[in-house]
Design a protein around this ligand. Structure first.
Ligand SMILES: Nc1nc2c(ncn2[C@@H]2O[C@H](COP(=O)(O)OP(=O)(O)OP(=O)(O)O)[C@@H](O)[C@H]2O)c(=O)[nH]1
Ligand SMILES: Nc1nc2c(ncn2[C@@H]2O[C@H](COP(=O)(O)OP(=O)(O)OP(=O)(O)O)[C@@H](O)[C@H]2O)c(=O)[nH]1
Ligand SMILES: [Mg+2]
Ligand SMILES: [Mg+2]
Lengths: 278, 292
């Protein structure tokens, strides 16, 4: 099926609609469409199959420049701070990360720094039990920075490999809450050199263009080292990730594919792009 | 802003004389861009643009001194009309107690909204009762019990491995026995593509016959809003929608997508994490927010 001397209008409209439906956003979708038309002019493909193969390679390459594994401090505690807006899957992602690390023989300690939301500590505590790790927690309403301080101290004393810090969901528009996050980061750094070594922003795959603003805002408070895209087992495609990478140079490190502790995978750009067009 | 972008587009056209119908269509590309940036679903955007283009041409914006202002007004009016009416009403008739079921995707704000609804109902002189029907999320029952305790609202729960539909049925019976007049069912978050869990939701509805079935949806949801809303609606016949986390800066285009695709009214909005952060839905405010 050749496309003749110019790209079929229907094919292009169809492709653009796919990109937009995947939450790529109008500006990013337009730039992708321009590069597709450019590649066609340069005869880089000749038929619809070729177009899609070219496109998938192009998109995957946009996500692959900065793929890095999880930080790992030699002979010391690696501190992972998990942040994000309300309900994105932070606590559950921590359970999954814990399961992944313990299955690789690492010793993990959890810090219950969401001292605000109803039963947040209980939720993480249950996950600690299920994954077989210890947890540092205070009573509800305690200062999250105080919990972080105690947890960092305990992590060093108990010689754990990873300290994972759970924080309360917070909208990036709430300045006092973003300040609180900075304070947690500072306290961790005060107790453990160069901590936090990983700052992972958990983004809900169903989120639209606001994800770009979230990434920018959180990055300003606590420099991000990675993203976790949760709930990719749904029908949302998280195409907003392309817009994010234009603004914040932070790689996706993991994806969440369900509600159980096993439902976490390391990010693979080609697999992610393939799933976008399924 | 949209007005500025339209102005820019039209000043370019105006340089060559009067605006034409084609110029209006070109200007509509700015409206399309604004709506897509606001997360309105692309198919909904396409239909919407057709409608407002016809209206703009029909209302003679071509001859207007400030066509961009007239077009923005048409867009605003059309958005308001499509997302209306003003919310805030609950169907209290036909059941004793009135049963309200909260459903939606994971993390959308259902449990918190149950508590907010209780506080709202108490203000309206009702005696609400909570049923903890999320039997799968760790500490979900604890979460509802803490919220209930803070508000002085009784919470019905079962911790011995029952099934959600039965728990809900027994919860409603308990509310009847205690003479409570509204029961709110907090269900587990679930994917609209999870066949078994969507059937469970239908079973809860069949066993409790709710007067109100709300889809609780996060205001920052993108294009996927139509997929999930359509499926929840076709399974449950929703009575309304509650949009949460509007205290953020998401434009909230999902509101238009959901209303268009389900036809169901958006009745309430969540505007914070406190139980008092709960308002009736106002289509005019939502329209301005979407336009940015
Ligand atoms: N289907 C699916 N559900 C998920 C995934 N990750 C988390 N969830 C669910 O999303 C809901 C919210 O998860 P939490 O871990 O409580 O989210 P959170 O970010 O810690 O929430 P807050 O602390 O309240 O801000 C729960 O019902 C989880 O089971 C995922 O990858 N897939
Ligand atoms: N800022 C803000 N946060 C909200 C709002 N509504 C809910 N939240 C927060 O969003 C997060 C998720 O709320 P939940 O009530 O646990 O959501 P859920 O739908 O019951 O989650 P699952 O039961 O896991 O599906 C919590 O951190 C809430 O405090 C709102 O209107 N504004
Ligand atoms: Mg949490
Ligand atoms: Mg819940």
């Amino acid at each position: 099926l050749s496309m003749g001397r110019k790209l079929d209008e229907d094919l292009l409209d169809d492709l653009e609609e796919k990109l937009l439906t995947a939450d790529m956003g109008p500006t990013t979708a337009m730039s992708v469409m321009d590069s597709v038309k450019d590649a066609y002019k340069k005869k880089e493909f000749e038929d619809p199959e070729g177009l899609y193969e070219h496109l998938k390679r192009d998109l995957a390459s946009r996500l692959q420049q900065n793929v890095t594994p999880l930080a790992s401090v030699e002979g010391g505690v690696t501190v992972i701070l998990v942040v994000g807006v309300n309900g994105t899957g932070k606590t559950t992602s921590i359970a999954k990360l814990t399961h992944l690390l313990t299955s690789e023989g690492k010793k993990v300690l959890l810090a219950a720094c969401d001292t605000f939301r109803a039963a947040a500590v209980e939720q993480l505590d249950l996950w600690a039990t299920r994954t077989g790790v210890e947890i540092v927690k205070h009573s509800s309403g305690a200062d999250p920075a105080a919990v972080a301080f105690d947890a960092a101290e305990a992590a060093v004393a108990r010689k754990v490999d990873y300290l994972i810090v759970d924080t309360a969901g917070r909208l990036h528009t709430k300045e006092n809450l973003m300040k609180e996050l900075e304070k947690i980061g500072k306290v961790l750094r005060g107790k453990i050199d160069t901590a936090p070594h990983e700052v992972l922003l958990v983004l809900d795959a169903t989120t639209g263009q606001n994800a770009i603003i979230q990434a920018q805002a959180f990055n300003e408070s606590v420099p991000l080292t990675g993203l976790i895209l949760s709930k990719l087992d749904g029908t949302a495609k998280a195409g907003v990730i392309f817009g994010i990478q234009n603004e914040v140079d932070v790689p996706v490190k993991f994806i969440g594919l369900g509600e159980k502790q096993e439902d976490l995978e390391r990010f693979s750009a080609p697999q992610f792009v393939e799933a976008m067009f399924e | 802003s949209l007005t500025k972008n339209l102005q820019g587009a039209f000043s370019f056209f105006r340089k060559r004389g009067h605006l034409t119908e084609d110029n209006i269509k070109e200007g509509m590309r700015e409206v399309r861009k604004a709506l897509l940036e606001a997360d309105v679903n692309i198919k909904v955007v396409k239909d919407f643009i057709k409608k407002v283009t016809e209206r703009a041409i029909g209302e003679d914006t071509l001859k207007s001194v400030r066509p961009e202002q007239q077009i923005v007004k048409i867009v605003q009016d059309e958005l308001e009309e499509l997302m209306g009416p003003v919310g805030g009403y609950i169907n209290f008739s036909g059941g004793s107690p009135t049963v309200i079921m909260m459903a939606g995707l994971q993390g959308s704000g259902k449990t918190t909204t149950c508590a907010k609804m209780c506080k709202y109902l108490v203000k309206k002189g009702k005696k609400p009762f909570l049923v903890a029907a999320d039997l799968q999320r760790p500490a979900a029952i604890d979460q509802l019990e803490v919220l209930g305790k803070d508000l002085g609202i009784p919470v019905y729960s079962e911790r011995d491995g029952g099934r959600a539909p039965k728990v809900c049925q027994r919860g409603v019976k308990e509310a009847q026995r205690l003479g409570m007049d509204v029961v709110i069912l907090d269900t587990a978050g679930r994917l609209h593509v999870d066949e078994a869990l969507m059937e469970e939701l239908q079973e809860i509805r069949d066993k409790t016959k709710p007067q109100e079935t709300f889809l609780v949806c996060d205001a920052m949801t993108g294009q996927d809003a139509v997929q999930s809303a359509r499926e929840f609606n076709s399974r449950l016949e929703l009575s309304g929608v509650i949009l949460t986390k509007l205290d953020g800066d998401a434009r909230g285009g999902a509101a238009l997508s959901i209303k268009t695709v389900t036809g169901k009214p958006i009745k309430f909005v969540g505007v914070g994490e406190k139980t008092s952060d709960f308002d009736e839905f106002h289509p005019d405010r939502m329209a301005s927010r979407i336009l940015g």
